[in-house]
Design a protein around this ligand. Structure first.
Ligand code: ATP
Length: 257
């Protein structure tokens, strides 16, 4: 998998005049990478992910997945949103099966694949439950199982843990990192939470505020099997403070760029 974003710009035409949300974005994600994009509110993070998902079209530039130009949504890119997008009337199992059904996968294979991915996210026991019977973190795990079951080339995550309380968020971050280590899935995630980005990623793109441009690419040289205690390490704190300084508009010679 090779996702490439070349000279991407997005301008919205509003009643108040044009709004340049993203300006000349260049970035890439390779097979098995966990890449985060961080930026302040309004820096164009959601716009960027919507463009990559094919939910909106750029004003200039292009994106390719394995050389194929993105012209709309596709099953090669699986999207996870902050709000839970489960169908409330369907069981957990049926929710996970749903995308496969749309792809034309037969009933038996659908059941087997959904069961497999529910096991991957640790929710086998809840297969027959309805979404309303689950906690926020569990719902998000179902959404992740559903996306994984469709076998996308890359998972696109839009602030997936933004709606969760602090403890659940930490549990989900650890879960996500373990899942990534186990499955080797490629992930592009946007977040305004610098701590989360450093904890999860191998590389971070830091955006400037309004219009969003790539301010810095940071390589996070920390072990891939991180646990929450790494947050106490000096190296972790250096990355976090360095990126916070970038977002504050200060220079950070300490960061590798
Ligand atoms: N559909 C739209 N029409 C007009 N302007 C838009 C539209 N979507 C986004 N914008 C503008 O583009 C800019 C970037 O918005 P975007 O939501 O992508 O930022 P963000 O970094 O995701 O912010 P947040 O972290 O607050 O969600 C903002 O100025 C926003 O007002």
């Amino acid at each position: 998998m090779h996702l490439e974003i070349n000279n991407l710009s997005k301008q919205f035409d509003t009643r108040q005049g044009p709004v340049l949300a993203l300006d000349d974005i260049n970035m890439h994600v390779e097979t098995g990478e966990f890449v985060c994009v961080v930026g302040a509110s309004g820096s164009g993070k959601s716009t960027l992910l919507r463009l990559v998902a094919g939910l909106d079209m750029p004003t200039a530039g292009e994106m390719t997945v394995d050389g194929q130009v993105v012209t709309g949504p596709g099953s090669d890119r699986g999207m996870i949103f902050q709000s839970y997008t489960l169908y409330p009337w369907m069981s957990v199992q049926k929710n996970v099966e749903f995308g496969l059904k749309l792809q034309g996968v037969g009933p038996r294979e659908r059941r087997e694949m959904a069961s497999y991915y529910l096991d991957v996210v640790g929710l086998t026991k809840f297969a027959r439950s309805l979404p309303k019977q689950l906690s926020g973190g569990m719902k998000q795990r179902v959404a992740i199982a559903r996306t994984l079951a469709s076998r996308p080339k890359i998972m696109l995550m839009d602030e997936p843990f933004g709606a969760l309380d602090v403890q659940t968020k930490e549990t989900m971050q650890q879960f996500m990192l373990d899942l990534w280590n186990r499955t080797g899935v490629s992930i592009l995630m946007i977040t305004h939470d610098v701590d989360e980005a450093v904890f999860l990623s191998q590389r971070i793109y830091v955006l400037t505020a309004h219009p969003g441009t790539i301010q810095r690419e940071v390589f996070v040289d920390l072990p891939s099997d991180r646990t929450y205690t790494i947050r106490r390490d000096r190296a972790f704190q250096d990355y976090r403070e360095g990126i916070m300084d970038l977002l504050r508009g200060k220079t950070t010679p300490a960061l590798v760029s």
